[in-house]
Ligand binder design. Structure first.
Ligand SMILES: NC(=O)c1ccc[n+]([C@@H]2O[C@H](COP(=O)([O-])OP(=O)(O)OC[C@H]3O[C@@H](n4cnc5c(N)ncnc54)[C@H](OP(=O)(O)O)[C@@H]3O)[C@@H](O)[C@H]2O)c1
Length: 269
């Protein structure tokens, strides 16, 4: 098993750094001495965060405002991040959002945008990153998936399906690249209070089953990445649930998830 990771050999590119987990990733990586490239749509927030981080940690921080639903955006971000003599040796594929509701009642454009950010842009960035990292024999990718990846989630159907894609892709890439000096981690958080709940329409996340702070989630993610793991589920309740849903019959899990969805979001499906 790989161990240790030397931060600061190259830049860390963090997507979705304008809020929530991405903001915390940026701060934690800067604390460890990593230079940063930050991206999200809200450039004003990124600039403010960059200024704070430069002042408190003395690392270099570049900002690239981008909308990852746009065709070619991931490629533009990667090339801009790795220009001007910068080498990106850690990609944190964190940008993402959810859309709660009965599948057919959520606007199709919203499903499409969600999968473009959560899956397509993530996959494109991972592809570009590996093409650069492989010849160097060094690099890392942290893909933010979710506990929703382990089973279907009625009322978050396409979100959960997308996160299952991220988990599966990440684990395959971990296996393909572990003997080539490159780490790939799937970080699978449970409920974490961020702007996610407001954007997805899923209600408060504080204090619910398995709820952890963004700092706890990011710290667990970085610990697992440093240890060379392929997947981490922060929070013992979430970890136990992820084991249980794989051990129980799929039909029972699905029925239970329907009840959970109705309890949490009051769906009438
Ligand atoms: N919070 C939870 O309970 C939870 C649980 C499991 C997994 N996750 C996953 O954790 C990751 C981070 O979410 P979070 O909880 O930190 O939510 P958040 O606070 O809403 O942050 C989401 C980030 O994604 C960026 N983003 C959204 N749409 C984008 C687009 N079209 N182009 C570029 N960037 C975009 C946002 O930036 P702009 O709006 O500025 O573009 C923001 O920086 C997501 O992948 C999410 O699925 C969250």
């Amino acid at each position: 098993m790989a161990s240790g990771w030397r931060y600061g050999r190259g830049y860390a590119l963090v997507t979705g750094a304008s809020a929530g987990l991405g903001d915390v990733f940026a701060r934690r990586l800067a604390e460890r001495g990593s230079d940063l490239v930050l991206t999200a749509r809200r450039g004003d927030r990124l600039e403010r965060l960059a200024e704070t981080i430069r002042r408190s940690h003395g690392v270099a921080v570049e900002v690239i405002p981008a909308d990852l639903t746009e065709s070619g955006a991931a490629e533009r971000v990667w090339h801009q991040a790795s220009s001007d003599g910068r080498t990106v040796d850690l990609l944190v594929n964190n940008a993402g959002f959810g859309a709660q509701g009965r599948f057919e009642e959520v606007d199709l454009d919203r499903h499409r945008a969600m999968l473009l950010v959560n899956c397509t842009a993530l996959m494109e960035l991972a592809h570009l990153a590996l093409q650069d990292m492989k010849p160097r024999g060094h690099g890392g990718i942290i893909n933010v998936s979710s506990v929703a990846a382990f089973q279907p989630v009625p009322l978050l159907a396409s979100y959960a399906a997308g996160k299952a894609f991220v988990l599966s892709l990440s684990e395959s890439l971990w296996a393909e690249n572990r003997d080539h000096g490159i780490r790939v981690l799937a970080l699978c958080p449970g409920r974490t209070p961020t702007e996610f709940q407001e954007v997805a329409g899923t209600g408060r996340a504080e204090g619910g089953f398995g709820s952890r702070t963004p700092e706890q989630v990011v710290d667990a993610g970085l610990r697992a990445f440093e240890a060379g793991k392929s997947c981490v589920v922060p929070g013992f309740e979430n970890l136990a649930a992820s084991w249980a849903v794989r051990a129980l019959p799929r039909g029972s899990v699905l029925k239970a998830m329907k009840v959970v969805g109705q309890r949490i979001w009051g769906g009438s499906q």
